[in-house]
Design a protein around this ligand. Sequence first.
Ligand code: NAP
Length: 316
Amino acid sequence: MEHHKLIIIGSGPAGYTAALYAARANLNPLLFEGFFSGPAGGQLMTTTDVENYPGFPDGILGPEMMDAFRKQCARFGTELLRQDVESVDLSKRPFTVNTKKNSYLADALIITTGATAKRLEIDGAGEEGFWQKGVTACAICDGAMPIFREKDLYVIGGGDSAVEEAIFLTKYGRKVFMVHRRDDLRASKIMGERALNHPKIEILWNSVIKKIEGDKVVGSVLIENVKSGAQEKREAAGVFFAIGHKPNTGFLDGQLAQDKQGYLVVKPGTSYTSVEGVFAGGDVQDPVYRQAVTAAGSGCMAAIDAERWLGEKGHI
Ligand code: NAP
């Protein structure tokens, strides 16, 4: 079985940054980028312009940015494999990492498998409909697109993310409607009040979107009141899912401590997980910030923690 000092599981800003630092520390990391689990590069691969990553004054396309991250960590000797990790065994050392075809041994692991924004199976919201043509799951990534300017926008959800995204979208849209399935917000009181008091936000209570229609991009939504059953077709340019994220931890089979939402728990201010020698960075351990730049930063932390830990334990 191939034995590595460090294996990184998951691509995206956190994984590639961890690999960059680890490779420059001569750890010769092996990075599993994923394949069926999602595009190598993670959530940014389904984003268009990234305008909030420092260093790119004119913005950069998400896939272009991930390509650059990838090349940069490869340049210093990261071995990249476009394969999914199916399971790991953290019960004995070295750890075992299993793909469909092979098993690998690792003295240390960094988990950077990210999170997946939850989506609803609404008629017209899928890839064959208007996904990324007005329907998205990240207002902060996509909200500034010209198609949303001065138009009516719809955010689905009643939590803090929905409020935050709705407020963000008021910078661009004519009006932002929050479509919430109940008559009470899940969002914290302070956030809820911001939405309720915002002149450009209106909450459609007890409501769901049944259908999204349009020509090349989103043009309308069909809203249903779940109490009365009444339906109304309304003009719309954008539909934003803000119904939470699901961290990608299935392959770990509960071997690392998770919080009640399923995010990996790390020791505050570090990347140490509940198993010594296993580190985590990026969205898989971040229910709060979830930005490319914070993911990259925490990937860097994971690599530095892993390098120090490997040194202390005499592996390097
Ligand atoms: P969340 O708190 O789980 O809220 C998800 C919202 O989506 C809920 O209102 C939920 O409705 C709705 N929803 C879920 N499934 C749905 C479905 N199938 N159909 C329709 N609606 C559905 O998730 P979140 O807002 O992403 O927040 C996650 C965590 O991050 C929270 O702890 C939050 O406080 C935190 N956060 C904090 C901030 C901040 O403080 N600035 C910003 C963002 C997130 P119900 O209410 O009916 O369940």
